[in-house]
Design a protein around this ligand. Structure first.
Ligand code: NAD
Ligand SMILES: O=C[C@H](O)CS(=O)(=O)O
Length: 483
């Protein structure tokens, strides 16, 4: 359907306050549901990344000098514009990423909530006055913006993963240069269009599409960039961390996951099935906090497997623009190959197929939602992030056994469990080695809460009152001679 505001689908980058149109060697952006080319974005590189960083440095001085209220007012206007244009932004997102329109609109409002939240948090960056250590000394701690920030984001949430970084950076008085995923750049560019309309001063927020390696190398190697915030795979996160070491940047890494989803005998089974569908199959399983391993206690294992398969059989696979679609396409052929590899490996090692298991009749990158039983820890699906619509069910008997199994991974992002026992909820919640724990819910992501993980799932937190602290530096002032 035609956009209400066609100007939001812009085939250009915003670099240091100047729009650069896609040239001859532009990057084609395709619709994963149809393969059709939606448009083209510039294929930029080191020179433009450097220009954006220098413009960010210059613009940040004036921006940090504004009052927190002045920054807050512009962020609030940006939030209002994103909400006012949510339908267009959702359509652009579905066209380039594939998720159903309803989910895309949900992401737009979720992404907007970070702008709203940090428009408020901008005015609550507090310091300290500490009792002096000597009679003539006074100790004060102030918080100042980090300065120029570089951000690199993934394709699976092309709006919210950006606002979750850009909003707190701007709120804290920083400037930011963003390299979005080449698969989904239009959502990022549309956010820049609206930020400009909101009155954000030129140079504060640049979007640079093109060679990830070349742009990333400039971002990580630049002395001007004082923080890198990355959301993506653990493999790339480690590489970027390595590249940042020589300039000792602040780092935020939101990386891969391998979430356990535990159903105890005493769980409300219908609620657990509903939670499993949200947690496992949101964005067609292409979410860092998706349940990747489903552990079901022996007493309810068969009933849960049957209920889950029955519930999935009623949900539609299709083009995200079609009203009743619940599962869109996977992002690309490599994603389909990963899913097929995990299913084949599991079944080759003894797992059983309850439902799905193969490419959907629609062809392309559509895949049938799949349930496997008899899954064990020796299978690849237990150790690797599937990032697709496969629910592997593991059977367990004792609490201690499942906690040990759940923690037996190098990842530590999200985890979930269902029980009615309060003491068990406390004990298991404390024992799980993850940054986030959902208890009797499969959906935990919200601007109010600190999002992030431990171990190979990353560093730092996004959202919540902690999220803005990540974009500040602490300075200690010691006043002497106060006799
Ligand atoms: N923890 C979180 O909040 C979170 C959120 C979303 C996705 N993820 C993770 O991201 C992964 C899927 O996203 P993806 O496939 O886009 O990840 P990816 O790591 O392949 O790419 C992420 C971003 O990094 C860029 N990139 C790739 N190689 C680079 C390099 N050498 N230098 C600089 N930039 C480079 C890409 O262009 C993209 O913009 C999954 O592992 C998922 O778990 C984590
Ligand atoms: O892919 C993981 C993102 O963080 C999505 S969400 O924040 O869980 O919605």
């Amino acid at each position: 359907m035609p956009l209400r505001d066609p100007g939001l689908l812009k085939e250009a980058n915003l670099v240091g306050g100047q729009w650069i149109a896609a040239g001859d060697n532009a990057i084609a952006v395709t619709n994963p549901a149809t393969g059709a080319v939606l448009g083209r974005v510039p294929s930029l590189g080191a020179a433009e990344a450097e220009a954006a960083i220098e413009a960010a440095r210059d613009a940040q001085i004036g921006w940090a000098a504004k009052t927190a209220k002045e920054r807050s007012v512009i962020l609030r206007r940006w939030y209002e514009l994103v909400v006012e244009n949510a339908d267009d932004l959702a359509e652009i997102l579905t066209l380039e990423q594939g998720k159903p329109l309803a989910e895309a609109r949900g992401e737009i409002l979720y992404g907007a909530s970070f702008i709203e939240w940090f428009a408020e948090e901008a005015r609550r960056v507090y310091g300290d006055v500490i009792p002096g250590h000597q009679a003539d000394k006074r100790i004060v701690v102030i918080k100042q913006p980090v300065g120029v920030v570089a951000a690199i984001t993934p394709w699976n949430f092309p709006n919210a993963m950006i606002t979750r970084k850009v909003a707190p950076a701007l709120a804290a008085g920083c400037s930011i240069v963003l390299k979005p995923a080449s698969q989904t750049p239009f959502s990022a560019i549309a956010l820049a269009v609206l930020a400009e309309r909101a009155g954000l001063p030129a140079g504060l927020f640049s979007v640079v599409t093109g060679s990830a390696r070349a742009i990333g190398a400039v971002m990580t190697g630049s002395q001007i960039v004082r923080k890198l915030t990355f959301t993506g795979s653990t493999e790339i996160g480690i590489e970027l961390m390595r590249q940042c070491a020589p300039t000792v940047k602040k780092l935020a890494l939101e990386l891969g996951g391998n979430a356990p989803f535990i159903v105890f005998d005493d769980a409300d089974l219908d609620a657990a099935v509903e939670g499993a569908i949200i947690s496992k199959f949101r964005n067609n399983g292409q979410t860092c906090v998706c349940a990747n391993r489903l552990y079901v206690q022996a007493g309810v294992y068969d009933a849960f497997a049957q209920k889950l398969a029955e519930a999935l059989s009623k949900l539609k696979v299709g083009n995200g623009l079609e009203e009743s679609t619940v599962f869109g396409p996977l992002i690309d052929d490599a994603a389909v190959a990963k899913v097929e590899e995990h299913i084949a490996d599991a079944m080759g090692k003894g797992a059983s197929l309850v439902s799905g298991g193969k490419r959907h009749a629609l062809g392309g990158t559509f895949f049938e939602p799949t349930v496997l039983t008899g899954v064990t820890g020796t299978m690849a699906i237990a150790r690797e992030e599937t990032f697709g619509p496969v629910a592997p069910l593991f059977r367990f008997k004792e609490d201690s056994e499942v906690v040990a199994a759940a923690n037996d991974t190098e990842f530590g992002l999200a985890s979930y469990f269902y029980t009615k026992d309060l003491a068990r909820a406390w004990k298991v919640g404390e024992a799980l080695e993850y940054g986030m724990v959902g208890i009797n819910t499969g959906l935990i992501s919200t601007a109010e809460a600190p999002f992030g993980g431990v171990k190979l799932s990353g560093l730092g937190r996004e959202g919540s009152r902690y999220g803005i602290e990540e974009f500040t530096e602490m300075k200690y002032l010691c006043f002497g001679g106060i006799a």
